[in-house]
Design a binder for this molecule. Structure first.
Ligand code: NAP
Length: 393
């Protein structure tokens, strides 16, 4: 259930669960690949480290890149080239090329078969990198991972979708295949691997909070302190290219909500479904179905209400309003929407970055992962880091 801006006061989602999710088959990124500063802020995996990992292994990776002509796909081929990793197969929406052969119509069964045969010949590790947004490609995952082909993907859909289908997919992963999707939250930032490693190493995850949309971080930053009206901030964000062509796709919070589902599931919560969540949208109800121009022109009617909401939060010194996701694991509640954060909250130093704060029984002051949460290069190198992990047992 989604609520519009007109309501403005709002909560939240409650998800009751009784048992935790098995994480055995889920993305697990080694801690040793990252550095942690004294502030607890972790840096993204570096290409230098990736190079080291490649040369230290004798087992070659046999990689198919699905979506190689796209924004992330193009960056992925460049990053692979930099570390001397040549793709075995290249696939786009209608055609594919295998092992330098001619372009032929896409056939995912024969792609899988060819990868398995090539990997067997080379004593290598077969991996399919999915850098599309296609559900049709995701429908192939269980067939691939059940045959021992690893999947490294930036494609969120299935991980935030129907829980039963998600669990079936996890159960279909046949060792040593891996299913890695680090870049589905925070692009290349080491979020899911960190969360999973904490959980697997006996931390009790208590809370995961995230500023997960650069666009919404920009808009909420622009309206802070009354610097700008909401409609002006959205107009600027659109002109700067920070939004989708229809800014409502960002302002409705659905992308943040999908990432919240992924974080909640990896935190061990069950029963989390996008369709059951109450998400506070920044799109006024009355402007949900009109044209983009009508939306842009009509938004100013809501400026005063939103400015008041911001000002109310800021009455408490240092407090700020952020559009964020909060996974309260202890209480099994997932919240997506504008949140008031007191001065000491890590979100107040996020700027336009994505920032994910993980609180555990040991990290009572949260462990923070912060950095660019979008962009072709950071997403592609995140996918490449997952590809490289596929050859580790
Ligand atoms: N950009 C970011 O900052 C970022 C961050 C995190 C995650 N992601 C995710 O990364 C993915 C890729 O994003 P993008 O911006 O690179 O997308 P994009 O530029 O639209 O590229 C999509 C690619 O997928 C291919 N494709 C579409 N349908 C296909 C199908 N059924 N079978 C095979 N290939 C298919 C397209 O091939 P054709 O050229 O033939 O159409 C194209 O190569 C998305 O899931 C996105 O959510 C992106």
């Amino acid at each position: 259930m989604r609520r519009g801006l007109a309501l403005f006061l709002g909560t939240v989602v409650s998800q009751r669960t009784s048992h935790s999710l098995s994480l055995n088959n889920i993305s697990r990124r080694s801690f040793t690949a990252f550095t942690t500063s004294s502030t607890g802020i972790m840096s993204a995996p570096s290409l230098k480290k990736a190079k080291t990992d490649t040369s230290s292994s004798t087992k070659p990776l046999v990689v198919a890149v699905v979506g190689y002509t796209g924004g992330v796909g193009t960056c992925l081929l460049t990053a692979m080239n930099k570390i001397g990793l040549e793709p075995y197969a290249l696939v786009r929406s209608k055609t594919m090329k295998i092992d330098g052969g001619a372009e032929v119509p896409v056939d995912f069964d024969s792609l899988g078969q060819s990868l398995l045969e090539a990997a067997e010949k080379q004593n290598g590790t077969p991996v399919i990198a999915d850098v599309t947004a296609s559900s049709h490609v995701q429908d192939q995952y269980s067939g691939w991972v059940s045959k021992g082909i690893s999947v490294a993907t930036a494609n969120k859909g299935i991980f935030a979708g129907d829980e039963a289908k998600y669990n079936e997919l996890l159960a279909s992963v046949a060792s040593p295949a891996k299913l890695l999707h680090e870049t589905t939250v925070g692009a290349g930032l080491p979020v899911l691997g960190t969360l999973t490693a904490l959980k697997n190493s006996s931390h009790e995850i208590q809370k995961v909070e995230g500023v997960l949309s650069g666009t919404l971080a920009y808009v909420l930053g622009a309206v802070a302190g009354g610097k700008m009206k909401l409609s002006e901030a959205v107009k600027n964000a659109k002109e700067l290219g920070y939004t989708e062509p229809d800014p409502r796709m960002d302002l409705n919070g659905m992308d943040v909500a999908r990432k919240a589902v992924i974080l909640a599931r990896l935190s061990g919560l069950t029963g989390i479904e996008l369709s059951k969540m109450e998400i506070e949208s920044l799109v006024p109800k009355a402007l949900e179905d009109c044209s983009v121009d009508e939306f842009m022109n009509g938004l100013s009617a809501y400026d005063d209400d939103f400015a008041k909401r911001v000002a109310d939060v800021e009455k408490t010194a240092g407090s700020r309003l952020h559009y964020a996701a909060k996974v309260d694991v202890e209480n099994k509640i997932v919240t997506v929407g504008p949140m008031a954060c007191e001065a000491s909250h890590p979100f107040n130093s996020a700027g336009p970055d994505n920032l994910i704060a993980i609180t555990t029984n040991f990290y009572t002051r949260p462990l923070v992962v912060q950095g660019a949460g979008a962009g072709g290069d950071v997403t592609a190198t995140g996918v490449l880091a997952d590809i490289l992990l596929c050859k580790q047992n």
